[in-house]
Design a protein around this ligand. Structure first.
Ligand code: SAH
Ligand code: SF4
Length: 422
């Protein structure tokens, strides 16, 4: 694992718990999901195929994985019948396991997922009129402990692998029924050799429910940089899931040293969990501020590769009653954005309470006034409508709720999950 997965942060949030390694599968098979295509070819060669065949098979398998969403080698109809069991014995195509699937009355869907080695994490899908956004997790738990965030009360268990991160998007497509059916297999079946033109895929992206991805689930994506980058590369790859980087947003609590690399190596939109405009308040509610202060953070935003008026940086601001929601706070927010000449928009997030939280959400009137002040300064500051409140959609809540449920309740919900998927 690269060093970036385990950066040390001295100070208040020490000691950084050392995340566990992934426990290898008991059957010894290798999961192909999340691996770059050349690595798949390498594995096929190591398992005994000659170089040319390994490359061709990798291309075919990659296509089946990301364009067709298949999870069984048996379904890969352009691969020789005798070859399929050979693959089956050595490899798997993983998906996170679904522990619970919930469907809110407002259309929001939420899943509690489990890794192959038994760790639970969450994923949320939020449909809107013009888009469908999948909120993806990067870690099981989080090393940071933002005071208003429920995930912040959990220890970091481990980083999610690229396969587990891209696997969330695949699983959402499974559940939303968004893999193409029918034609497509025949085209690959006619592939003659290694130098074919790239296959264009057999579906168009029109009419999809899942159009956008936000790395805003559990965990701090910039503390799992390599895996998040590798996963998002597969999501953006034209031969992979082929989603435009303009439709992907990574949210960070402010891991300043990794922000430039995020812009350079991933190139997605950036969201920053600012939440406060003074050192005292931000130190309290987003403790990583004690390590990387507001000035440093805003300078890193000003330097973020690719940020422009057409691709603004989103500043997330959770509205906490009597904590960060005054008119002065709003004016200071505007001043800071102007001082650093940031191409910015502000997302005002009503605090989503959870049992044991020490904060309350600001009153609607207070949020509206805060928003007006920022808007009047020429900066967009919409209030995000809370979604999925009837299904504990606040980050980290479902995991805890499930831990409190009895075995019988969990079994009943597990039975219902099939229905929810249908
Ligand atoms: N760790 C990253 C991304 C995950 S959190 C980050 O902190 O940016 C995604 C967003 O949800 C962050 O802006 C976070 O501050 C916010 N959030 C967390 N808990 C919340 C709650 N209970 N109510 C409202 N927003 C919350
Ligand atoms: Fe971690 Fe983000 Fe929650 Fe902070 S807000 S504890 S960084 S998940």
């Amino acid at each position: 694992m690269a060093d970036t997965n385990l950066m040390q942060i001295p100070g208040h949030i020490d000691p950084v718990p050392v995340p566990r390694d992934v426990t290898p599968r008991e059957d010894g098979r290798v999961d192909l999901l999340g691996l770059p295509r050349p690595r798949i070819a390498e594995l096929f060669a190591e398992a005994g195929l000659d170089a040319k065949a390994a490359k061709l098979r990798a291309k075919q398998v990659f296509h089946w994985l990301y364009h067709r969403g298949v999870t069984e080698f048996e379904a890969m109809t352009d691969i020789a019948k005798t070859m399929r069991p050979w693959l089956e014995q050595r490899f798997v195509i993983g998906r996170p396991e679904i522990v619970l699937a919930q469907h809110s009355s407002d259309g929001t869907r939420k899943w509690l997922l489990r890794t192959a080695d038994g760790h639970e994490f969450e994923m949320v899908f939020i449909p809107d009129a013009d888009r469908g956004t999948l909120c993806v997790s990067s870690q099981v738990g989080c090393t940071l402990n933002c005071r208003f965030c429920h995930t912040g009360t959990m220890r970091l268990v481990r980083n999610l692998t690229p396969g587990e991160i891209v696997g969330q998007v695949m699983l959402a497509r499974d559940s939303l029924g968004e893999w193409p059916k029918g034609a497509g297999d025949m085209r690959l079946a006619t592939m003659a050799g290694l130098d074919d033109e790239e296959d264009e895929g057999s579906y168009s992206s029109d009419g999809r429910l899942l159009t956008n991805i936000v790395m805003m689930g559990m965990g701090e994506p910039l503390y799992n940089f390599d895996n998040v980058r590798d996963a998002l590369k597969l999501v953006m790859d034209g031969d992979g899931l082929a989603l435009s980087k303009r439709r992907i947003t990574l949210s960070t609590s402010g891991v300043v040293p990794m922000m430039a690399r995020c812009g350079e190596e991933i190139g997605v939109n950036l969201a920053v969990s600012l939440h406060a405009v003074s050192k005292d308040v931000r130190d309290e509610i987003v403790p990583i501020n004690r390590k990387f202060g507001i000035e440093e953070l805003l300078q890193a935003c000003a330097d973020y590769p690719g940020a422009s008026n057409a691709r603004r940086i989103t500043f997330e601001y959770v509205m906490l009653k009597d904590k960060n929601d005054s008119d002065e706070d709003a004016r200071e927010l505007v001043r800071l954005i102007k001082q650093y000449k940031l191409p910015a928009k502000v997302n005002l997030i009503p605090f989503n309470p959870w049992p044991g939280a020490i904060y309350e959400c600001s009153a609607p009137e207070r949020i509206r006034r805060f928003s007006e002040i920022v808007f009047e300064a020429g900066i967009s500051a919409p209030v995000r409508t809370p979604r999925g409140r009837d299904i504990d959609a606040a980050c980290g809540q479902l995991k805890t709720a499930a831990q409190k449920m009895s075995r019988a309740e969990l079994d009943r919900l597990a039975d219902e999950k099939q229905a929810a998927l249908g």
